[in-house]
Design a protein around this ligand. Sequence first.
Ligand code: SAM
Length: 376
Amino acid sequence: MTGHADAMRRLDAAGAFSGAPWVREAMNAVRREAFVPDVIWRDDGDLYTRVDRRTDPAGWAAVVGGRGPVVTQVDDGADAEHGEVATSSVSDRLAVVNFLTALDVHPGQRVWEVGTGSGWTAALLAYRVGPTGRVVTVEIDRALADAARARLGAFANTVEVVTGDGEDGAPATGAGGRWDRVHITAAVTRRLPHTWVEHAKSGAVLVLPFSPPFGSGSLLRLVVGDDGTASGRFVKSVAFMPLRGQRGSGHDVFEEIRTAHPDHDTHPVDWHLAGVSADGNHIQALALKLPDVHRAIGKGGAKWWLHDGKDSWALVDDTPDAGHAVQGGPRRLWDEVTAILAWQDDAEIHAYDFGVTVEPDAQWAWAGAPGRRWRM
Ligand SMILES: C[S@@+](CC[C@H](N)C(=O)[O-])C[C@H]1O[C@@H](n2cnc3c(N)ncnc32)[C@H](O)[C@@H]1O
C-alpha cells in the first residue's frame, strides 16, 4: 500500500471528508507527493536534518509517507545539513481537509491564497474552482514561489503565483475584482491585516491559522460583512508556522526583561500548570485575553516562563517542592492569568465559542457572541 492510499484510508476512517467530499476527490486527483521537492527536512526533535531523495530514497519516502507536514525549507532557505526553524512545508493532509472544508469553496469562484509553499493547496483549489474560476496565490520567498510556479504548470490557466508579502493584501495584478474566498496558510500571531477583508466580497469566507504567542493554535473562519468588517469563530485546533512578518520575539528575551526589571514578588501557585495546558478552553481564553503575552513551557509542563515582550515577566513553577510564581515589571502577569482562569471557569466558555471581529482600525476577540468583546 502506498503512502497516499494509507493516508487516505486513515482520513476516511476518521470521517474527515464528511463535510466536503470534493476534497477527497481533489486529493486523489492532485497527489501531495507530486508537490514534495527532492530535498526535505526530517524533524529530529531538537533540529531538522536534510533528506535528499536522490541519495536516500527510502528516507525520503518514510518522511513523506508519515503523518504531519513535510518540511521543505528551514531557516529561510539555509543550505546546510541541519536547520533550526521550519520556514516552509507541504501541509499536513488533515489540516488541509479541515481548512478546505471550512473554506466552502465552489466551482467558478475566485480564491486568493497567502502562503503558496509547495503549491499543493493552490492546485487543490484550482481543481475545485475549475476552468471558470481563478486562484491567485502569493508566496513571500522568491525561490519557493518560482518552484511552485513550475510545479503548477498543469493549472497555469487557473492559478497565478505571485511573489510578494501577503500581508500587503491582494495583488493588483491577477484576477482583479473582489475575492469570494481567502485561504491563508501561514499563521497570524497578532494582527489580521485588514487588507484581507477590504479585497473580499460581502459574504466572502476567510480561513486562517491563528496562533497567539501564549501557545494556542486554531483555525479561524471569518465571514465578511457589508460594512468592511469580518467576524467568526474558531473551528478546529491546528498548528501552523507564522507569517514571516509575525514571528514572535520568543523565549530568548525573557532573561533580558527579567534582568532589566529585577523587582519582584512571589506567590504560591494553586493551579496545576500541566492541567491548564491540556485544557483547550482555558488556553484559548488566556491566548485571546493576553494577546501580547508569550509563554514557554518547561519539560513535563510544570514550569511556565511568561513575558509581554516589553517589561513584565513571570516565572511559574508548580512542582511540589517549589509551587510558586515569581513576577516582576509593571504588570503582574501571573495575577492576570489566574484572574482569566477564574473568569473562564465561571463563564464556562468553550474554545470554539470564542471568536474574532476585524474592523478597519481595530481587532476584537469575543466570548460567546460578538457583543461580549474586548480589544486585542
Ligand atoms: C505552511 S507553508 C504553506 C503550505 C502550502 N499552502 C501547501 O501547499 O501545503 C507557509 C508558507 O507561507 C509563506 N509565507 C510566510 N509569510 C508569508 C507572507 N507574509 N506572504 C506570503 N507568504 C508567506 C512561507 O514562506 C511558506 O512557504
